[in-house]
Design a protein around this ligand. Structure first.
Ligand SMILES: [Zn+2]
Length: 862
């Protein structure tokens, strides 16, 4: 069988769960680490029809959640064209509603949420190296921070590999009132539409079968909820993308809602739509100049493009066979189709286009396996293994139909293929059961095999761009390094399927679960914190956990402190036992004495037989995505801070994934987490706290908190200090309760430049003086942004001691609201303390300490 070189690359690196997406799997669970779900007879019927379709659409936008899932569901399952979403970023700059992961870890979750969404709507998924660096107000800033040339080259690379007939952008390439990433995504898609066809543009991409590619046309997709009544749609192509699919038992609107509801870290669960969904498409450019000049809109997005086999002359026999397969399907005995599918496979040579030939070859293979109910699996005895060690692997093949299937070869990784030549036992009749074929092997992992880490996290990124191996750019996730390939023969045709080696277990609640085999370092190093803060000269304690990735790792552990800093003990011997065993070492870290009080980085190194280990394994576990693993440097930032604290007893009402309480404890605050029962007890129960803090979005997520406004205000009136961090008020999370004693609104105002100058509007204001004297240096070293969801339409009884703005914008005064109310103090702040405090930013600690002090002077009684 002829594969294009690119198809080989693609088959090697794309996880099978993705390759098998040609089957709609709307009714299947989204846990994808195991073998792909078996298609049912209705899905086989759809797959047979799809064999005759050769159109393709690439949808382009900026973030996880930008994509139009109704359109993707329709294109993939209704029109049955090959459909993909290219999200320029992985959404790593957003907020997280389901946990404490931020930055690259959040990007990993969002990546998997998109893959879970695609398993429902049936589209494929791609990314560029661009980072979601936080909100951007215009495309010029976005393209400067990303590096326009690099991201444009990535979009072109995806177009050249996927070869879409039609490209669709979610946003207008014209500057508009939206996220700068959004406009930039459309500008790049439009530029890439032309550049991908130019062989002189990044010619290094044109190897391994990849050629320049001219898509036929590019549209801007406008949805009805985007349109204003004044918008003119008379020149747009219109398309109703909702329809009920009786084979699937649902409409594309319903499927779209299920897909979109996978964006759980963003709280984007939506209701299932059963009404018509009209989409509008404005032509941005066409390969045919007559189309762009035409007055009337095109009759459809595929106008003039053959999306069936007619596109290729000489495919008449193939087309007839595909039609025959569709009509001959017996839903009670799909295996009877296998002889026709084998003939189709042999006839695929009639397709002159190597890309489509390879794509259809994969579809036929999956249909053969689906019709025969073939099951392939490769499981390991443990979920992790270190390089240089051996893993016991069981390869399983099972035929669940009367079809005669011969297993020719099984290839375990890092070993030659093993000839099997075994006829798989057949149940003899449809619906019967047979015994599985099993083959065991001890797979020796090479000593130089890199540990499991997503390819874009292997090296530290730039501010706007991840680094990546050029051959992997565009891929949604790390290809498995440990796959077992099964080659089987049926009706004279040979097919190969791959299965990543996985660990399989039974969870008493979730049932059967799979996770990919992780390649982990022989010793992983995890400090108890990534930041140590030194408010004074006193030493801090640090615990370091060592975990064995290989059996019997022993050696010496050595903390490497910056000049002037002292760590006791200077070294510590360790001896670990079986894989997974742990030991915890304790250290005291003494800050450097004297002037300057410079901070630094403490490096943690475990030495085993001359090899150094200084990374920790991080795992991300959420029920809606497969378990994710990556590695982080085992470094601890040492940060001296001149910090005075007043009022040590803090009651804290946490928001989702809130890391501020731990950050406050780090500098000595006595923090009590408050639940619903504390609120139910009213103001009296809060009085024992010097200050009560409300975490980000806590009002959005806690009904009890919204009902507790009166109690919170009574607490303030009686002399307490209440500090409310940002909450949102929008379509997704409407705010239905007041936050403070007097009105203010929360809009979308923010300052995204983390270096934006901050001015003090009120000299001597307690927030800026008591007990810590705040100056410009306290606004140095902030990360990602100054703040977000600032207050707006502010009642004049509030004081606003800070003003700041992004470049070129007027000053904003809503980042910090302060009011004396009764005997106490109320504070609302949109400043990004939830990022700055866990990151150990000194000025953020000093300012937050002032907010908690509520204006109380040192020594004053409260
Ligand atoms: Zn977006």
């Amino acid at each position: 069988m002829h594969h294009s070189p690119f198809a080989r690359v693609f088959a090697r690196v794309v996880p099978l769960s993705l390759l098998l997406l040609s089957f709609p799997m709307a009714h299947r669970p989204a846990l994808a680490a195991g073998p792909p779900p078996q298609p049912n007879a209705a899905q086989i019927a759809l797959g047979l029809h799809k064999l005759g379709v050769v159109g393709s659409v690439l949808y382009v936008a900026a973030h996880p959640d930008d994509e139009n899932t109704a359109l993707l569901a329709y294109l993939s399952n209704g029109a049955q064209v090959r459909t993909a979403y290219l999200s320029l970023t992985r959404g790593d700059g957003g907020q997280n509603l389901i946990g404490s992961e931020q930055g690259p870890a959040l990007g990993l979750i969002r990546t998997q949420e998109l893959l879970a969404a695609r398993r429902i709507d049936g589209a494929e998924q791609f990314f560029t190296r661009a980072r979601d660096f936080g909100f951007s107000k215009n495309p010029e800033e976005t393209l400067r921070i990303w590096g326009k040339e690099a991201v444009l080259a990535d979009v072109v690379a995806v177009i050249r590999k996927f070869r879409p007939d039609v490209i669709i952008t979610r946003f207008s390439p014209q500057p508009a009132e939206t996220h700068g990433h959004h406009t930039a995504s459309a500008m790049l898609a439009l530029e890439a539409f032309h550049a991908a066809a130019d062989p002189k543009f990044h010619p290094e991409q044109l190897t391994d079968g990849v050629t320049a590619w001219q898509a036929r046309r590019i549209f801007w997709n406008r949805s009805s909820f985007f349109l204003k009544p004044t918008d003119d749609v008379s020149g747009d192509v219109k398309l109703d993308v909702d329809a009920y699919n009786p084979l699937l038992g649902e409409s594309y609107g319903e499927m779209a809602a299920d897909s979109r509801s996978m964006h759980k870290s963003q709280g984007f669960g939506v209701a299932r739509n059963r009404a018509p969904i009209v989409e509008y498409f404005r032509l941005l450019a066409s390969a045919d100049a007559k189309e762009t000049a035409a007055k009337k809109p095109l009759p459809g997005i595929f106008a003039g493009i053959d999306i069936d086999l007619k596109r290729f002359s000489g495919t008449a026999r193939l087309k007839a066979l595909v039609d025959q397969a569709s009509t001959k399907l017996d839903v009670r005995a799909p295996y009877k189709l296998i002889p026709v599918l084998a003939q189709i496979d042999a006839a695929l040579g009639e397709i002159p286009d190597a890309g489509w030939r390879a794509e259809k070859r994969r579809e036929v293979r999956d249909l053969v396996a689906g019709c025969a109910g073939l099951f392939f699996d490769a499981t390991a005895a443990d979920y992790r293994a270190a390089p240089g060690t051996a893993v016991e692997v069981t390869a399983t093949a099972l035929n669940r139909s009367p079809a005669a299937v011969k297993l020719d070869e099984v290839r375990f990784p890092f070993a030659p293929a093993r000839t099997v030549a075994a006829a798989l036992e057949s149940p003899g009749k449809a619906g019967g059961a047979a015994k599985a074929f099993e083959l065991e092997a001890s797979v020796k992992l090479p000593p130089n095999l890199p540990p499991t880490i997503p390819y874009w996290l292997e090296t530290p990124p730039e501010a706007g761009l991840y680094h990546a191996d050029p051959t992997l750019i565009g891929m949604p996730e790390q290809p498995s390094a440990v796959e077992v390939a099964f080659t089987f023969a049926v009706d004279g045709r040979r097919f190969t399927v791959g299965r990543p080696i996985s660990y399989k277990w039974t969870d008493p609640v979730m049932g059967e679960r799979y996770r990919p085999l992780e390649v982990t370092p022989a010793v992983s190093v995890s400090p108890s914190t990534n930041v140590l803060i030194f408010p004074g000269a006193a030493p801090q304690t640090l615990a370091v956990r060592l975990t064995a990735g290989a059996p019997s790792a022993s050696g010496v552990f050595r903390p490497e402190a910056p000049a002037g800093w002292v760590v006791e003990p200077a070294t510590a011997p360790f001896a670990l036992g079986a894989v997974g065993s742990e030991t915890t070492l304790g250290f005291r870290v003494h800050p450097a004495a004297g002037a300057g009080r410079a901070g630094g980085t403490l490096r943690l190194v475990a030495e085993v037989g001359g090899a150094h280990f200084s990374k920790g394994v991080i795992r991300i576990e959420h029920p809606h995505i497969p378990i994710q693993t990556y590695l982080v440097d085992a470094d601890v930032r040492l940060e001296p801070i001149d910090l005075v604290l007043r009022g040590m007893k803090i009651g804290y009402l946490p928001g989702p994934g809130d890391e501020v309480p731990a950050a406050l404890r780090r500098v000595g605050y006595d923090v009590t987490l408050l639940g619903d029962e504390a609120l139910a007890a009213g103001a009296a129960a809060l009085r024992r706290f010097d200050a009560v803090v409300v975490g980000v979005r806590a009002f959005n997520t806690s009904e009890r908190l919204r009902a507790a406004h009166a109690a919170l205000m009574a607490y303030v009136e009686g002399g307490g200090t209440l500090v409310v961090q940002y909450n949102t008020n929008n379509r997704i999370a409407p705010l239905t309760a007041p936050l403070g004693p007097w009105p203010f609104e929360i809009g979308g105002k923010r300052v995204t430049d983390e270096t934006a100058p901050v001015t003090f509007t009120t000299a001597g204001h307690p927030a800026l003086t008591t007990p810590n004297a705040i100056g410009p240096r306290d606004f140095e070293g902030w990360i990602q942004e100054r703040g977000l969801y600032f207050a707006d339409k502010i009642d004049p009884r509030y004081q606003t001691p800070l003003a700041m703005n992004d470049p070129g914008e007027p000053p904003q005064h809503g980042s910090l609201l302060w009011a004396r109310y009764g005997k106490g103090t109320f504070v609302y702040t949109g400043l990004a303390f939830f990022r700055e405090l866990p990151a150990g930013v000194p000025g953020a600690y000093r300012l937050f300490a002032n907010l908690l002090a509520g204006g109380h002077r040192p020594g004053a009684t409260r």
